[in-house]
Design a protein around this ligand. Structure first.
Ligand code: NAD
Ligand code: TYD
Length: 355
C-alpha cells in the first residue's frame, strides 16, 4: 500500500481518487482535517476497502511510526500542508508548525521505518514530497522560467515554510540516504479546490452575485496546471523518478490573473448566463497582497525528457471542466461555505477597496 498525507485536501483527494481509479494498490490516507480537509471530497470511496482513512497530525511522530509498522507502506506521498499564501500572511505560525515541523516529524518516522526494511522493500521504498514553484520566488517579465537549478528565494511565509521542508527532505537523502523525490509544481486548479483560492473563489462569488476581487492591477502572472495532470506527474515520478532528484511540474500556461478572471466570466456567461449583463461586471480591483510575487513560470523539460510526462489538458479544456464541475456541485460548495469559511472571507476581504 501507499501512505498519503493530506489526502482529504484539494490535490491529495484528487490524487487518491485518480490512484484508485487506475490501480488496486490500497491507500492509507492520513489527514488532520483542518479547515481545508474535507471527507466529502472522498465520498465515492466510502465503501471502498482499498481506502483507509485515519485522522491525524503529521507532527505526531509516534502515531506515524505505529501506522508504518502496522501497514508497511512501500511509499509515502506527502501532500499535507498549510497551503494558502494569504492565510500565511495573517497567521504564519501554523505554516511553520505543519510545513516545517510536520515534515520533519514525518521524515523522522519514515527514516525509522525505512531502517527496519530489508532487501527489495528497502531499495524500492520512496518518500515523495509534493512542493511548489513558489520556493523560487518571483520572476521579471523577461526572466527565464524556473528550472530545477534556480536558486531558492521564497517571499511569503507559505513559500518560506515549503522551502524549509524541501531542504529537510533533501538533507535526509544526502545525510541518511532516505530515497526521496521532490516535485515543485505550479498553480493547480480543478474539482474540489477550496474556494479561498483564486479560480474557485471567482466561480463561486460570481454565481452568488458577489464582487470578484482582483488584487492590485491583476497583471500578476501564474502558470496554471489542471489537477489531474499534476496527479499523473506525481504517479510518474513515484514510478520512475531518480532518488534525490527534484522535478519541476508545470502547464506551459502563463496567464495574468485578470485574463484568468475574464476567462471564467466568459465561460459562466456561456454556461449559466445572468438575466442581464456579464459576470465581468462584478470584477473589483482591491488592495494588493503584501509582498505579492509578480510572476511564476515553470520550465518542465526535465520531467518531460526523463520521464515522458506532459500535461494532457490545455487551459481551455481544464477551465471548462472546472467551471462545469462547480456548476454541477452546488451542495459541495454550500457545505464548504457553511463552515468557518465566511469568517476567513470577512478577515481577508473587508475594507480592501482599492483607493
Ligand atoms: P489543501 O490546503 O487543499 O489541503 C491540505 C490538506 O492537508 C488538508 O486536507 C488538511 O487537512 C491537511 N493537513 C494540514 N495540516 C495537516 C497536518 N498537520 N497533519 C495532517 N494533515 C494536515 O492543499 P493542496 O492545495 O491540496 O496542496 C497539497 C500540497 O501540494 C501542499 O503541500 C502544497 O504546498 C502543494 N502544492 C499545492 C499547489 C496548489 O496550487 N494548490 C501547487 C503546488 C504544490
Ligand atoms: P492563489 O489562488 O491564492 O494562489 P497563489 O497565491 O499561491 O499563487 O492566487 C493566485 C493569484 O490570484 C495570486 O496572484 C493572487 C491572486 N488573487 C486575487 O487577485 N484575488 C483573490 O481573491 C485571490 C484569492 C487571489
Amino acid at each position: 500500500m501507499i501512505f498519503v498525507t493530506g489526502g482529504a485536501g484539494f490535490i491529495g483527494a484528487n490524487f487518491v481518487l485518480n490512484w484508485l481509479a487506475q490501480s488496486d494498490e490500497a491507500v492509507l490516507n492520513y489527514d488532520k482535517l483542518t479547515y481545508a480537509g474535507n471527507l466529502n471530497n472522498l465520498l465515492s470511496l466510502r465503501d471502498d476497502p482499498r481506502h483507509l482513512f485515519v485522522q491525524g497530525d503529521i507532527c505526531d511522530t509516534a502515531t506515524l511510526q505505529s501506522l508504518f509498522a502496522q501497514h508497511r507502506p512501500r511509499a509515502i506521498v506527502h501532500f499535507a500542508a498549510e497551503s494558502h499564501v494569504d492565510r500565511s500572511i495573517h497567521g504564519p505560525a501554523a505554516f511553520v508548525t505543519t510545513n516545517v515541523n510536520g515534515t520533519f516529524s514525518l521524515l523522522e518516522a519514515a527514516r525509522a521505518y525505512w531502517n527496519t526494511l530489508e532487501g527489495e522493500a528497502r531499495t524500492g521504498f520512496r518518500f515523495l514530497h509534493v512542493s511548489t514553484d513558489e520556493v523560487y520566488g518571483t520572476l521579471g517579465p523577461d526572466d527565464a522560467p524556473f528550472s530545477e537549478t534556480t536558486p531558492y528565494a521564497p517571499n511569503s511565509p507559505y513559500s518560506a515554510s515549503k522551502a524549509a521542508s524541501d531542504h529537510l527532505v533533501r538533507a535526509y537523502h544526502h545525510t541518511y540516504g532516505l530515497p526521496v523525490l521532490t516535485t515543485n509544481c505550479s498553480n493547480n486548479y480543478g474539482p474540489y479546490h477550496f474556494p479561498e483560492k483564486l479560480i474557485p473563489l471567482i466561480i463561486t462569488n460570481a454565481r452568488a452575485g458577489k464582487d470578484l476581487p482582483v488584487y492590485g492591477d491583476g497583471q500578476q502572472v501564474r502558470d496554471w496546471l489542471f489537477v489531474t495532470d499534476h496527479c499523473a506527474a506525481i504517479r510518474r515520478v513515484l514510478e520512475a523518478g531518480r532518488c534525490g532528484e527534484t522535478y519541476n511540474v508545470g502547464g506551459w500556461n502563463e496567464q495574468t490573473n485578470l485574463s484568468v478572471v475574464h476567462a471564467i466570466c466568459d465561460l459562466l456567461d456561456e454556461l449559466s448566463p445572468k438575466a442581464s449583463g456579464s459576470y465581468r461586471d462584478q470584477i473589483r480591483h482591491i488592495t494588493d497582497r503584501p509582498g505579492h510575487d509578480r510572476r511564476y513560470a515553470i520550465n518542465a523539460r526535465k520531467i518531460e525528457r526523463e520521464l515522458g510526462w506532459k500535461p494532457a489538458e490545455t487551459f481551455a479544456t481544464g477551465l471548462r471542466q472546472t467551471v462545469q464541475w462547480y456548476l454541477a456541485n452546488d451542495s459541495w460548495v454550500s457545505q464548504v461555505h457553511s463552515g468557518d469559511y465566511m469568517k476567513w472571507v470577512d478577515l481577508q476581504y473587508s475594507n480592501k477597496d482599492a483607493s
